[in-house]
Design a protein around this ligand. Sequence first.
Ligand code: ATP
Length: 421
Amino acid sequence: MILIKYLHIGIDDTDSPEGMCTTYLACHIIDELKKAGIDIVGFPRLIRLNPFARFKTRGNGGVSFKILNDEKVDLAKKIVLDEVEKLAMFDCDNTNPGVIFYDGEITKEMVDYSFKAIYSFIAIEEAEAFGNSIGCEIHKFKKGRGIIGSIAAIGLPLDDFTYELLAYRIPENQGTKRHIDYDSVYLMDKETFPETFENIDYNEDYIAIEPKTPCPVLYGIRSNTVEALKKAKDIVKVEETVENYCIFKTNQHTDMHIQKVDNISSMNQFGCYEVVGTVKNRPTVIDGGHMFFYIFDESGEIECGAYEPTKNFRKIVSDLMPGDVIRVFGGIGEQNTFNIEKFQVIKLKDIEYKNPVCKCGKRMTSAGKNKGFKCKKCGNKIKSNKKVPIKIFRNLKNTQFYETPVSARRHLSKPICRMDL
Ligand code: ATP
């Protein structure tokens, strides 16, 4: 049996808030490799890492792809390093590119490292020591922080995955207003949802495929299948030149950042979790429009937040009542509050205990501690202290999921339309 050997290439931290995008750079490199007769194997991968990483520019994404490990690898490495040198935003203090070449098998320790990069924090020195220990060829530019994400982008298994098709703008248009025919985006969504998703936020009239930053991306469409992306691309019309397209295989919208825990006290700050708890108090809004309430279990309690950018989601959250049992998905941020991405109703409190109704029709009042009830209208008295159960009408439904709107959703969050996949 002939074992095919690959060279894995990981790239991260090449962009800045003013421009560039590591996916654009990767797409550029893939084109240059092609010109040199080197094809990548399979799809390039866009891997989203810890959403709380301190030095991220936007969505904390690293890129990796692989080529055959043959006589052309030295040329390939030169092309990759030259393009990073040429295109990365070196002027920005916070841009510290890292490139990794790795020609071995993906080992369990690499998988563990990659999940660590999603669940917690890794220092540059730790990434470098790990990379050296597994035989990576490491290239650090400036501080080289990008090696942290580059190694993870190579090592992360994609048991669940989605695809994103990215269309890129020509350099002279980058930073200017994008010219996308919005009607065609509505049509695309109508024709391809739920195979494509996160296209439009209908409540906000927000076109989610269009970035709001000066990066080279003209639009990005997310999907479960490549076929749906091709269909979607044919429907979306733009009134500017598209420089290039690239489809990435990605961990976006898989909930890969979420760790399932048994109780509230097992969670830590800057981690993302799925946990079941009972609602303690009615959600309340504070200045700025953020909404908060507590959930508890036998181990402790935590404040949950639905922040102002989650817009109408707060209306849904406001329907929660003390006693409701819910499963929340989200992350614990700066303020130690659990930032809800979505929740599932496990058991609604749909019974309330009230004073009995008198035979005259009036609701009775307490006649004093352990003295039963009395009717203020007709004077009737009963000795029983038992309140009666009353069914409450609830807007929320048992077992149903409720999620933040597309406009406020994390790259990694699994939308409800993917929950059964
Ligand atoms: P974009 O989404 O536009 O590609 P970005 O948000 O991915 O930008 P980067 O410029 O890639 O931001 O910066 C993120 C930095 O954080 C990279 O240097 C990456 O190596 C590093 N990083 C990623 N995950 C972790 C982690 N778990 N701990 C510490 N650093 C991390």
